[in-house]
Design a protein around this ligand. Sequence first.
Ligand SMILES: [Zn+2]
Length: 672
Amino acid sequence: MTLDAAHPLAHDSALPFALPDFAALEPAHYPPAFEAGMAESLAELEAIAANPEPATVENVLDAWEASGRLLDRALTAFFVTKAVDTNDALDAIEAEFAPKLARHSDAIFLNRASYDRLRALAERAASGQIALDAEQRWLLDDLLAAFVRNGVALPDADQERLRALNTRLAEVGTQFEQANLAARNAGAVTVTDEAHLDGLSAEEVASLRQPDGTFRIDLVNTSQHPLLAKLTDRALRRRIFEASVTRGLGADSQGAAEPADTRAIIVELARLRAERAVLLGYPHHAALVVERQCAKTTDAVASMLGRLAPAALAQARRDADELAARFAELYPGETFAPWDWSFVAETIRRERFDLDPAALAPHLGVDKVLAAVHDAAHRLYGITFERRPDLRGHTADAEVYEVREADGTPIGLFVMDFWARPTKQGGAWMNSVVRQSGLLGHRPVATNNCNVPAGTTTLDWDGVITMFHEFGHALHGLLASSRYPSKSGTATPRDFVEFPSQVNEHWAWEPDAVIPADLADRLRAADTFNQGFHNLETWSAMVLDQAWHTTPLADLPVSGADVEEFERRALEAAGLTYDLIPPRYRSQYFQHIWGHGYAAAYYSYVWAEVMDADAVAWFDENGGATRANGDHFRRTVLAPGGSVDPMDSWRAFRGREPEIGPLLARKGIAGQ
Ligand SMILES: [Zn+2]
């Protein structure tokens, strides 16, 4: 099956930097592109395996990386678009193709002839007949490992079972994504009387107003909702909190006509993953995942979380005493509850650190913050950003920027989509639309996606940090300098990829970067307050992820009704039961681990933060956000991306192994 030459995905787009022609793409374009792309990819890989010539870098690795371009273009355009603005047609296409794509992946990685061809190259390299450079060796090692980890060495009957498991996992994974979005939408809280919105700015109130005169508060991905810090009405805070943490639990808790219930879906996902791991020779899914991460073993992960999480709980209990005392003054005779925590913490923060949100607001305009994000990158890397209003991004209201080196050489495109919409995934993320590749002559196109409520023009400080964070991922893609597209930029292990993005958050705090120096100082002092809360909610979510993916199949829940009990016992076993602070994500809406590839890897954020804090210490020791320091970071960490062992990149940057001291100091748990 071939694709008509006039099809918008048939070739690399003719737009600058091969930016896909998003305006021309309709849902109907995708199915034929997927079908033709899968067929093309398999034919190309078959030709590589069947080549009678001795194996070389060119006819194995280069050919491998140059294959499957049509499918790659089509999938990238599809998923980038779908994530920001889905519809029934795109949902149906995803549901139809998820299992087909899983079978396609199996057709690649269960192909013994392909595996033998890669091994032939490895053998020629080992015997000195050909020389591989570091990038080639890393790619080859990784491909060989991928084949084994995907079951190429299994007997036929086991491969058959594996194919069935992978197909079913793809179907159920798609079900989760769609059910989770439905649960988030179903949980939205409606307010009829504007008086209940006391505490919000006029702009915030306006952004919630519906055509029928009511006010709609949409849930966010996390257990905590940003408005809980502002609303003075306890009853409304409680409604938002309860809607947030009970979403996805079905009718019992929400009473909706068509309850959104994700529990049976996540149980099936966990069980399928556990069964697959055993088939592949691992004790559980987490062992399979972590083997190719920086952490290497689940013991290493458990030991880090075991060191941090109990300290966070002790911290949180101390904070709670302080908050409960202030709460008693604010609401005499009432009982301090989970939905009060953010509000009281914000009150104390304002009082103690003299931080008036109104004083911050003039500096936190959406456009101003993006300009500050770009300025920080200019200071560190010399790069510049110029708006390209002539180019359309992956949604109509995205902004496109051309990125250039200090000497004017074009680097690539950065596409920014700020705005929330009901058809968009929650949270914030970066995508590579085009991965940089020397082999293919591709320059990078990277997106950032946030969920700023439409009609809002001012961010809160968390929103600022999020923009710097996601832009750190974008820089990882934009400043990549790799030969192979599959290893370019952010294509690193998960517990490494959050390291550059977290380092980039740091530049938001620089005096006069976003806010004036005196405000930045007060904000930083305030940031150390209430840390127990953030540490505990994040680290308990990490513990929960590990529990779902290290529990043997026989001990996993068998029905959706067991989900809450499993979660309770997992937190109890880790000594983290604390009713005032639920995990950042409860099991039934933990999108990172059920839908987004962070299964057994949510710990990555804190693992990478060890490197982040240690890297920031390096910048501090060496004079801060200077161009020379930026260039060192770019050369050692950003440019190589995933094309070499990430710990080699780390050592080239820091000159030694990572140390945890700077993280403990940052988290306020040093010496515990
Ligand atoms: Zn990130």
